[in-house]
Design a binder for this molecule. Structure first.
Ligand code: UDP
Length: 239
């Protein structure tokens, strides 16, 4: 039977670390290719997809500033790291025959388009996959906040946050055998109990705009498509 996806347009947020596979650093091309395949399988359902990829596999502003670097400069380096990840993912998606645009919040005309909201919407309407790079373009923010901002601007129905586990748990399921997964959880509970879905400013921005966050496992082959097609396990963060 053909499954009808219940979402028309979504934003997929993945951390930079999702791209590094078993390496301790950087991009692992087979892992990038595997994630691209997951994205394609959802795109094949007719869902419009934009993506935000973090930069933590290459550089994090907080790490730099902890070692004495000026915070704003370190954050710009983190934002540039996300552009490298975006280009790697774009190449992998194109390898699968998909059309993909990288849109950077920091101008870099030779490698990425500048962010023009209406133009980005048009790309989605034409079924091109967008990767939003360079975060929000501002230091002191994270790519989680960038994901929430862009998902709102693009009128996405939800943010899909791909992680290593299939949802939000009351404690770390990799460390505690009795950890319990929430089917649904409110934004306020996430903030009060420090459930570590996304950082607090991203959660608050999602809450203020009623944007659901679907937390799911990106390690589960076919998991992303399964949720879009109406099954699979995940946690829905909502109001
Ligand atoms: N960053 C920033 N502003 C933004 C988004 C990101 O300054 O709007 C910087 C920040 O230094 C951050 C780094 O980029 O540490 C990488 O992003 P993030 O830590 O969110 O990546 P992830 O943890 O998702 O891999």
């Amino acid at each position: 039977p053909t499954h009808k996806p219940s979402y028309k347009r979504v934003l997929l947020k993945i951390s930079g670390e999702a791209l590094m596979g078993d390496q301790g650093y950087g991009l692992h091309p087979p892992t990038v290719a595997r994630i691209a395949q997951e994205v394609k399988s959802v795109h094949d359902l007719g869902v419009e997809i934009c993506m935000v990829i973090g930069g933590g596999n290459i550089f994090r502003g907080l790490q730099g500033s902890a070692q004495g670097m000026e915070r704003a400069t370190a954050d710009y380096m983190g934002m540039l790291a996300t552009v490298m990840n975006a280009l790697g993912m774009q190449a992998a998606l194109e390898e699968l025959g998909l059309h993909c645009r990288v849109i950077s919040a920091i101008r870099m005309d030779e490698v990425a388009e500048p962010y023009i909201r209406r133009r980005a919407v048009r790309h989605l309407e034409k079924k091109r996959i967008i990767i939003f790079a360079a975060g929000t373009g501002n230091p002191y923010f994270t790519t989680d906040t960038a994901a929430t901002l862009r998902a709102n601007e693009m009128n996405c129905e939800a943010i899909f946050k791909g992680t290593k586990v299939d949802g939000v748990y009351d404690k770390d399921p990799k460390k505690h055998a009795d950890a319990k997964r929430y089917d649904t959880v409110t934004y306020d509970e996430v903030l009060q109990k420090h459930l570590g879905v996304m950082d607090a400013s991203a959660i608050a921005l999602a809450r203020d705009n009623d944007l659901p966050i679907i937390v799911f496992s990106l390690d589960e082959p076919g998991g992303f498509r399964g949720i879009l097609a109406g099954d699979g396990t995940y946690t829905r963060v909502h109001g």
